[in-house]
Design a protein around this ligand. Sequence first.
Ligand code: ADP
Ligand code: MG
Length: 329
Amino acid sequence: MNEFTLIDAYFKSLSERVGGLRCDLGIGDDAALVTVPHGKQLAITTDTLIESVHFPRETFPADIGYKALAVNLSDLAAMGARPAWYTLCLSLPAFSTAWLESFCSGLEELMRQQPITLIGGDTTRGPLSISIQAMGLVDSGCALRRDTARPGDDIYVSGCIGDAGVGLRVVQQKLAVDGEALQTAVNRLNRPQPRNSLGEALTTLASACIDVSDGLMADMNHLLSKSQVGADIDLDKVPMATALTTGTVLARLGFVDASPSSVRRFAVSAGDDYELCFTAPPAHRSQIELAAQQAGVTVTRFGAVTQAPGIFDSARGGEMISPLGYSHF
Ligand code: ADP
Ligand code: MG
């Protein structure tokens, strides 16, 4: 099979089987053509996954495909943009039918949950890496940004935090897998649920938004710094992962005395959650609650934006919180 029959057999066929918004010209020409509807802006994001950096060698190809798309959808969610189209650049060490079929099945699973159309890409031989560029549509001027939080706004996070961090320790074989909580944690690492419906609903309600990839504190800190504000939070309110409320898991993670605050610190700096952290004026509380219910996800208010920079935990006597998270360099 050469490069062109491979593209037709897997990617053109995938894009014909499932998809969302139509495009004017898809896979098969030198470039794809799309029309941005009047009154909309195109939100564009890209994310690369590299073997041994973003996922271990043993990861199932279906999980790699799913996650490569999920992390891009999460960036669109954080902007409040509705997913429209994506391109896929794949570097493969060798041709393998089994690998490609599994990889495409992971992409397809998410494309069915969250419609988005594959419109092009590039396929080369080389070390395994997957780059996706996703494009979404948002009403002009209504995208959610990081630099627009205001003092007095509430701070929220969707879902719960820390499962993926536990899952990572499991796949790194730092924790043995047994029990439902650990399985859930691995599943949350491999199959994050991008919060696109919530993100879209927040365009009229939130003042600023970011998705949590590097850790809740690190990403919240990015939002705060960009907005030139600080935060007063209550770490105890951050909703914790199920795995982190299980005694045996905590013991194996090395939290010998399982002090709630050290466990929480782990959860808020672990990363890979792909939840949304956002700010909103207090007047929007009930509407935000309603929007979250409609999107089928919980949201938790855990702090407020302050004029003064820095992150403080007022519930712990104003202790300063370090915003450390994952950094590649
Ligand atoms: P060119 O050499 O002109 O860049 P390619 O041979 O790389 O074109 O690609 C041929 C067509 O197949 C293009 O429309 C391209 O967008 C599409 N394509 C290539 N690789 C992929 C892929 N991994 N996923 C989706 N579409 C792809
Ligand atoms: Mg090419």
